[in-house]
Design a protein around this ligand. Structure first.
Ligand code: P6P
Length: 338
C-alpha cells in the first residue's frame, strides 16, 4: 500500500537498521551503492539511440550470448561502484566467466554481490522494459581470500535481493528478509522514494506468463497446466485466463509482485541436459527471495528454488514463481508425474 509521507531509500534502510536490526551498516552501504549504480544505468538506458548505447558490443559472454553495449556498460558500472567501499569480498555477474575479487588496494568486506547487470537485453533496442537483478550473500567462514566456492550457497542464505526495472518508471524493488519494498526514482531530485511497502502477491490469479512458442517442447506437467488455463471457463479450471510475456524477467516479475500471476520458464526437451534457461544464482534466487517475501512461491517444478544447493556459478534452473496457489498446483502436477 502506498505510504502516506515521503520516505527515501536512505531513511527506509536506516529504519530497518535501527528498528529491526536487520541491516548491518556494511549491508546498508552495499544497498545504497547498488541503488546509486542503478540510477547511473537508468541514465544510459534512457538515452537509447541518443547515447550510442544501443546495438551489439560484438563480444560474447560466458553463456555464449552476444553482449549488447548496455550489458557491458551496466556490468562495468556495478563493478566500479562496488569495488572501493570495503563492504564486499567479491562479485559475480552473468557477464563475467569467473568471480571478480575486490582488488587488494581496497579493504575487503564480508559480502558477496551477484548480478545480472541488464536482464532482458533482447528488448533494449526495441524500447521495452529491462532491468538489473542483484543478490547478496555473506562470505561464510573465516578463511582468508575468496573463491567461487564461497558463492555456492543456497538462495535461502541470501542477506538481501532486488531488482531495478527500467520502464515507464524506474523502480527499485528490494528485500532484506522483512518483506518487499518498492522505490520509484524521482528524476527531479534524483532520490529513490518509497512508493509501496509490505508488497503482497495475491494467492490466486488469472494471468500466466510463459513463452508459448516453446509449447511442443515442454514436459507433460507444464503442458497439462497450460492446457487447463487455455481451456478457460469450460475447462477444469472453470475460469478464463489471460497471458502476458514481456521476455524480460524483471518486467514479468514486477507485474506479478504488483498484481499477481504465475511466471514459468520450464525445462524443455530441446537441450535435455540443461535444467532450464534462467540462471539460478543471479536471476532465479533473487526473484524467488522477493516472491516468497511477498507471500508467493518459487519452485523448479519439484523443489523450492531457495533450497537448491548450487554446484556451478552459472548453473541454470527451471523456474515457476508467483501466486502461491498456482505455483503449488503446477508443482503438484510435476510431483504427480514423478
Ligand atoms: P525467451 C532474457 O533474456 C531472459 O533471460 C529473461 O529475462 C526472460 O524471461 C527470458 O530470458 C526470455 O526468454 O526465450 O522468451 O526470449
Amino acid at each position: 500500500m502506498p505510504p502516506t509521507k515521503r520516505v527515501s531509500l536512505t531513511q527506509y534502510l536506516v529504519e530497518q537498521q535501527r528498528e529491526h536490526g536487520h541491516i548491518p551498516s556494511q549491508l546498508r552501504l552495499l544497498l545504497e551503492i547498488v541503488a546509486r549504480a542503478c540510477k547511473t544505468i537508468a541514465i544510459s538506458v534512457n538515452k537509447g539511440a541518443l547515447g550510442e548505447v544501443l546495438g551489439s558490443a560484438d563480444t560474447e559472454n560466458v553463456q555464449g550470448e552476444v553482449q549488447k553495449k548496455l550489458d557491458v556498460i551496466s556490468n562495468e558500472v556495478l563493478i566500479e561502484a562496488n569495488e572501493w567501499g570495503g563492504h564486499l569480498a567479491a562479485m559475480a555477474s552473468e557477464e563475467m566467466d569467473s568471480i571478480h575479487v575486490v582488488p587488494h588496494r581496497y579493504p575487503q568486506g564480508e559480502y558477496l554481490l551477484l548480478f545480472d547487470p541488464l536482464d532482458g537485453s533482447s528488448n533494449i533496442d526495441v524500447n521495452v522494459s529491462i532491468g538489473t537483478i542483484f543478490s547478496v550473500l555473506r562470505k561464510v567462514g573465516h578463511h582468508r581470500g575468496v573463491s567461487e566456492e564461497d558463492f555456492l550457497q543456497p538462495g535461502r542464505a541470501q542477506a538481501a535481493a532486488g531488482y531495478c526495472v527500467y520502464g515507464p518508471q524506474t523502480t527499485l524493488v528490494l528485500t532484506v528478509g522483512t518483506g518487499v519494498a518498492m522505490f520509484t526514482l524521482d528524476r527531479e531530485t534524483g532520490s529513490w522514494v518509497l512508493t509501496a511497502n509490505e508488497v503482497t502477491i495475491p494467492a490466486d490469479t488469472k494471468e500466466f506468463a510463459i513463452n508459448m512458442s516453446n509449447l511442443r517442447h515442454w514436459a507433460a506437467p507444464v503442458r497439462r497446466y497450460i492446457d487447463e488455463c487455455l481451456a478457460g471457463k469450460e475447462g477444469p479450471r472453470g475460469k478464463d485466463f489471460n497471458m502476458r510475456w514481456v521476455a524480460s524477467m524483471v518486467a514479468d516479475v514486477h507485474r506479478i509482485l504488483t498484481r499477481g500471476g504465475i511466471f514459468m520458464y520450464p525445462w524443455d526437451q530441446r537441450e535435455p541436459d540443461k535444467p532450464g534457461k534462467l540462471r539460478l544464482m543471479y536471476e532465479a534466487n533473487p526473484m524467488a527471495f522477493l516472491v516468497e517475501q511477498a507471500g508467493g512461491l518459487a519452485t523448479n517444478g519439484r523443489q523450492r528454488i531457495l533450497d537448491i544447493v548450487p554446484t556451478k556459478l552459472h548453473e541454470r534452473v527451471s523456474v515457476m514463481l508467483g501466486s502461491k496457489n498456482e505455483v503449488q498446483r503446477v508443482t503438484e502436477y510435476h510431483q504427480a508425474a514423478d
